[in-house]
Design a protein. Structure first.
Length: 312
């Protein structure tokens, strides 16, 4: 094909592709449901019974309606992949039933936005060339992986906060149990006392209390507690409580042992960080302090030597 003809056709092709993409996204938004359709949906899924009372408008409502259609292209193929995604979202603090659908819809929107922005930016800088199509592909790929990166960072930050606040929560739980409270009442007390300083772990404890009140077995609740947080120490705590509940041993003694081990682990972690301080100080010393010392010590001698050489 003639390059000049391709250069003339390419802008129209890009414009047509953008229009088609926008039309496809808009067509995914379903029309407003009648009251009969809403009632049938509530009968099929009882969890939607409260949604009709809270009418939402704007972008949030439109996103909720379009999320199932947008997420179909990226839906997990197997139940194992779906469970992995659900656990990853739960580790980041998103444990609602519709978290999977919303996250996959966000990935699709991010991919389309990255492709459009990359294509538009390339056309403004370089004009309508074949490099624009390559930029569209690269932008779409980056937009597809940005939500995963953000989710991983959120999960890492939340795990770190739970790990740091776990010893205090465990010590308070030991005190409550040894004072005569049951495990359920002690967990509620811990969630009330630490709600301001340790919000993440208190939210998980409140979730466990809610499931226990709904009649779910304690073993399943504690097991899900460890999986949801993704912290190894919480998993170990859940395993100890399950074992104590299974064999009828003292929960207070089990919590005391776990609390002591957590305290030792925290002190060892502090010692490890203190030992790494000397190694980490090498880089700022070499980059910022040594050059200044070198200038102060060698600078006068260098000036004298330059003067002597110039006078010779």
């Amino acid at each position: 094909m003639d390059p000049q003809l391709l250069h003339q056709i390419l802008p129209f092709a890009v414009f047509g592709a953008v229009v088609a993409g926008v039309w496809a996204v808009v067509s995914l938004f379903p029309s407003s449901e009648t009251r009969v359709s809403e009632r049938l949906s509530e009968l099929k899924d009882p969890r939607r019974s409260g949604e009709s009372d809270e009418k939402q408008t704007g972008i949030k409502s439109a996103f909720k309606k379009a999320a199932p259609a947008l997420s179909k292209a990226l839906e997990p193929k197997t139940e194992l992949e779906e469970n992995k995604l659900r656990v990853k979202l739960a580790n980041a603090g998103f444990s609602s039933p519709h978290a999977n659908t919303s996250f996959l819809a966000i990935k699709v929107i991010s991919m389309l936005a990255g492709a459009v922005l990359a294509g538009a930016g390339t056309m403004l800088v370089m004009g309508a060339t074949l490099d624009g199509l390559l930029a569209v592909g690269i932008g779409g790929g980056l937009g597809l992986f940005i939500p995963d990166t953000v989710l991983s960072l959120m999960a890492w930050s939340r795990k770190d906060k739970i790990f740091l606040s776990l010893p205090d929560a465990l010590d308070l739980l030991v005190v409550c149990v040894e004072a005569g409270l049951g495990l359920d009442a002690a967990m509620r007390r811990v969630a009330e006392e630490l709600s301001e300083g340790a919000k993440e772990i208190c939210d998980e404890i409140n979730h466990c209390n809610f499931q226990l009140q709904m009649g779910r077995p304690r073993r399943e609740v504690l097991h899900d507690f460890g999986i949801r947080t993704g912290v190894d120490d919480v998993k170990a705590l859940a395993a100890i409580l399950i074992q104590a509940d299974k064999f009828g041993s003292s929960i207070a003694q089990a919590l005391r042992v776990q609390s002591d081990s957590m305290r030792i682990k925290r002190s060892q972690l502090a010692e490890e960080k203190a030992a790494m301080t000397a190694v980490k100080m090498i880089f700022p010393l070499v980059l910022f302090i040594f050059p200044g010392i070198f200038v102060v010590l060698v600078g006068p001698a260098a000036i004298v030597m330059i003067r002597e050489l110039l006078t010779m």
